[in-house]
Design a protein around this ligand. Structure first.
Ligand code: BGC
Length: 699
């Protein structure tokens, strides 16, 4: 049972028939189900609907309220980067781009704006944040993650959850968050979406659980189970993960929803159940409270209980979890969220999206060619420089198969081309894009280079290479992008490579440019943000939340690897990635000194000085290594970071306070233990050894 069950929920539960209780567990996909059938579900007392907006949602709600017990419906939507499935709403950068800011306040603000807009549309609940780790960039959903690191992911996710839920879930502009996909979904073998993850539960606890624990501690109202399986056990039937770890150990008291068709998949994709009844029994007993889309669960669960094959107490517990969240959300008093009328896509919200995009731009190389000068003649090349589809990436009204209206993108938005044309003298030549087609014109781009002082080449990927089921075996720049880059470089003009993509790509020769800038998918004003950084109106602040491989065959290249016997490299590639976790330059420079650690108070300090001539924001990163441990522990792992704004010549001492558990490990018996002994503390600009000051201390 939920930890605290109110009298209202107890009374309601006692009045519900078995059929009404099971209906409460069903989440109906409105678009696939259609209006008539959806209204029938609402009359039966279905607990939730997904992907329905406006008057359609109001009609469903009214029908539910007029049903026998009048329990309000909960409406869910994938508002994962702003309320971006509504084509008039504010579109933020992807979670991956947002993670480049490393800024908890940016994540919180993204959540707040999203919540306000979702609530204003009368909806209650977003299927966000996504807490899977991207340790293999071939995966199609890297863009939806906060990158490769458990600590950074947990920090950003907790902030985003606070933004969505506010201090009070029942407030008019608060919505429920959903931590997904529980768990180890990003770790599927070969980065093939929704495959088995060949990891142990010890590994799950060590690497994948910490961000979800932070989500529970942040009060996240709901969790979503992953599609995949851990060592052969589908998460949908994994009571160890769903009951023992999630509820008993972590103290989660919201409700758990399956992912799309997860119960059906037990029969037709994962082959662990013979039929719908067996699948329903497995899913219900494992601890799934709400069933997304697998509506056959309704008939099955009712039959199972009636035949004595499933205890009604299992159903009661699930319904109790769901009703308790509805109560916390204030739905019994106010079934429709009201939000802030007029706020959808308003100027203030767009300003927040622009700020997030600015802060996400990550400068990885600069020989002095940047910032650009207003009077320079710039040749801008690459289709992603003027393709709002590519700039948006996944989970907007363009990318979603159900939405995807065939009308042009709703203004305002700014592509890279538009942003740069506002700030400088720019000639644009599309050249080519990530997918070759007959409009490619490399010759025109090359001949335009003759008149240019500097070339900005925008490369990347497009939606057909991104998302669920679109994992890539090859991470090289696709189409003719790399050949075009080499030809541009051969003109002898300075070339700046800009990456507008969903994930790290292998830049190969495109990394040998005079400057390299990563923008990922910057959302509505991503083009403006990038232009402001290129022209020096804004000094770049982004830090990589994910490492870049030289070659797809080099993965994994995540920074927090375990030590290896024969070194960490292939014989035909360097050990280091092309760009490492935490990297990112600005137009000024920082110097670190005076790292100290007090092992009694667990307090560290380090001094940072701005040694350049411009003001700048530095992200001070702290890593630890356990020198000798009973199980292998990472060569370094992030345990803290802070951001500090420094004027030229300004110096500040930054202090960090840790807890014992920051130095703990998961032992062979899956227990969290602090093994005493020597540790190395590292602090500095990035995860790269050469960027870190180090000291040894003993616990
Ligand atoms: C995705 C989830 C998403 C759900 C609802 C699934 O395909 O895996 O992340 O929330 O659909 O749209």
């Amino acid at each position: 049972m939920a930890k605290q069950v109110s009298q209202r929920v107890k009374t309601l539960l006692s009045q519900m028939t078995l059929e009404e209780k099971v209906a409460q567990m069903i989440q109906v996909p409105y678009a696939q189900t259609g209006r008539e059938e959806s209204l029938r579900w609402a009359k039966l007392g279905a607990g939730s609907f997904l992907h329905v907006l406006g008057d359609n949602a109001r009609e469903v709600q009214q029908t539910a309220l007029n049903s026998r017990l009048g329990i309000p419906v909960l409406f869910g939507i994938d508002a994962v980067r702003g309320h971006a499935l509504n084509d008039h709403a504010t579109i933020f950068p992807t979670q991956l781009a947002c993670a480049c800011t490393w800024d908890r306040e940016i994540a919180r603000e993204m959540g707040r704006v999203t919540a306000r807009e979702v609530a204003t549309d009368g909806l209650h609940w977003t299927f966000s944040p996504l807490l899977c780790l991207s340790r293999d960039p071939r995966w199609g959903r890297v863009n939806e993650t906060f990158g490769e690191d458990p600590y950074l992911t947990g920090e950003m996710a907790a902030a985003l959850i606070h933004g969505y839920q506010g201090d009070d879930l029942s407030a008019p502009e608060s919505i429920a968050a959903c931590a997904k996909h529980y768990i180890a979904y990003g770790e599927a073998t070969g980065a093939r979406d929704a495959y088995d993850s060949e990891v142990t539960y010890r590994k799950v606890r060590e690497v994948f659980l910490p961000p979800f624990k932070k989500a529970v501690d942040a009060g996240c109202a709901t969790f979503m189970t992953a599609y995949g399986s851990i060592d052969g056990t589908p998460l949908t039937v994994d009571s160890y993960m769903l009951k023992k770890i999630l509820r008993e150990e972590m103290g989660f008291d919201g409700f758990v929803i399956t992912d799309w068709m997860n119960v059906t998949s037990l029969v037709d994709k994962q082959f662990v159940a013979h039929d719908a009844d067996e699948a329903a029994k497995l899913a219900a007993e494992a601890g799934n409270d709400m069933i997304m889309s697998s509506t056959e669960f309704y008939e099955s669960a009712i039959r199972l209980v009636k035949e004595g094959k499933l205890s009604e107490s299992v159903i009661d517990e699930a319904v109790c979890h769901i009703l308790t969240v509805k109560e916390r959300m204030g739905l019994f008093e106010q079934p429709e969220k009201v939000g802030v009328p007029g706020c959808i896509g308003c100027e203030a919200h767009q300003a927040s999206a622009l700020e997030a995009a600015r802060r996400s731009i990550t400068l990885l190389k600069n020989d002095g060619v940047l910032p650009l000068k207003k009077e320079q003649k710039v040749l801008l090349v690459g289709k992603n420089a003027d393709d709002i589809w590519a700039q948006y990436g996944d989970w907007t009204y363009f990318s979603h198969p159900l939405w995807n209206p065939d009308h042009p993108a709703v203004r305002p938005y700014t592509t890279v081309k538009e942003g740069m044309e506002r700030l400088g003298q720019v000639t644009y030549m599309p050249g080519c894009g990530p997918v070759a087609d007959e409009s490619d014109d490399l010759c025109a781009a090359l001949s335009a280079a003759k008149d240019a002082d500097v070339i900005v080449h925008v490369v990347g990927d497009v939606m057909t290479q991104v998302g669920e089921g679109r994992d890539r075996a090859d991470l090289d720049l696709s189409g003719s992008q790399l050949s075009l880059h080499k030809a541009l470089k051969n003109t002898g003009k300075p070339v700046i490579t800009v990456l507008v993509s969903s994930k790290p790509l292998c830049l190969k020769d495109a990394a040998n440019a005079n400057a390299v800038v990563v923008a990922f998918n910057g959302g509505q004003h991503g083009g403006q943000a990038l232009a402001e950084v290129l022209y020096g109106h804004f000094s770049p602040t982004g830090r990589l939340p994910i490492s870049f491989p030289h070659h797809a065959g080099q993965v994994p290249v995540y920074y927090n690897q375990l030590p290896g016997w024969h070194g960490a490299s292939y014989c035909d590639l360097p050990a280091a990635p092309l760009y490492a976790f935490g990297e990112g330059l600005s137009y000024t420079s920082f110097v670190y000194s005076g790292l100290t650690m007090n092992a009694d108070t667990l307090t560290a300090a380090v001094t940072v000085e701005n040694t350049g001539s411009l003001s700048g924001l530095e992200t001070v990163q702290v890593y630890v290594r356990d020198v000798v441990s009973s199980v292998l522990t990472p060569i370094k792992r992030l345990i803290g970071y802070q951001q500090v704004q420094l004027a030229p010549s300004e110096k500040k001492e930054i202090t960090f306070r840790f807890e014992k558990n920051d130095f703990a490990l998961i032992n062979r018996r899956e227990k969290t233990v602090l093994e005493k002994g020597e540790f190395i503390l590292m602090a500095g600009h990035s995860s790269k050894d050469e960027d870190l000051l180090k000291l040894s201390f003993t616990l």
